[in-house]
Design a protein. Structure first.
Length: 164
């Protein structure tokens, strides 16, 4: 896969940063469909810094992976800062990681349940040094291109926060 090859050097840098700190990350992939986790898993020995995660693509998956009551989402919409941060905090806590990385977006090709525009994604990171979000709006309805762009956005958010 071209995207995995492209992001492998970045995954190596992220791995080195996490290993140097003795910290781990858990991932709640959304519209990225597992690509964030896949990028991190290109690094040999990823178990040193990656504890797991899952694809939060349905309410059932969200309920199982994040183990939050439905009331926790009251008033929130997908592909927003507060929604993605809630997921980032929950995935870190549930998987026993110092860092939680989550992505919530609308890749296009079909209507998003919350009405988010195609090409909109929020990557969120929660960890020992605070919480961060990064909005991406591609303006495109190209599902595959958006999945790649959303993955790049999340990986860059993680690397930037760890490098700061």
């Amino acid at each position: 896969m071209d995207l995995l090859r492209e992001l492998h050097p970045q995954a190596l840098r992220i791995a080195a940063l996490l290993r140097a700190r003795g910290e781990k990350v858990a991932v709640a992939d959304g519209a990225t469909g597992g690509l964030i986790a896949a990028c991190l898993l290109t690094v040999p020995g990823a178990l040193d810094f990656f504890v797991g995660g899952g694809v939060v693509y349905s309410f059932r998956a969200r309920d199982v992976l994040l183990a939050l009551p439905r009331e926790a989402y009251k008033g929130m919409r997908g592909a927003t800062d507060d929604y993605a941060l809630l997921q980032a905090r929950a995935i870190a806590e549930n998987f026993g990681a110092q860092w939680g990385l989550a992505e919530s977006g609308s890749v296009g090709g079909s209507a998003h349940p919350s009405g988010a525009s195609a090409g909109q994604s929020v990557a969120a990171l929660a960890g020992p040094h605070g919480q961060h979000t990064r909005l991406l709006q591609t303006g495109s309805d190209d599902r595959i291109a958006n999945m790649a762009a959303f993955t790049r956005n999340a990986m860059t958010l993680l690397e930037d926060a760890l490098s700061a």
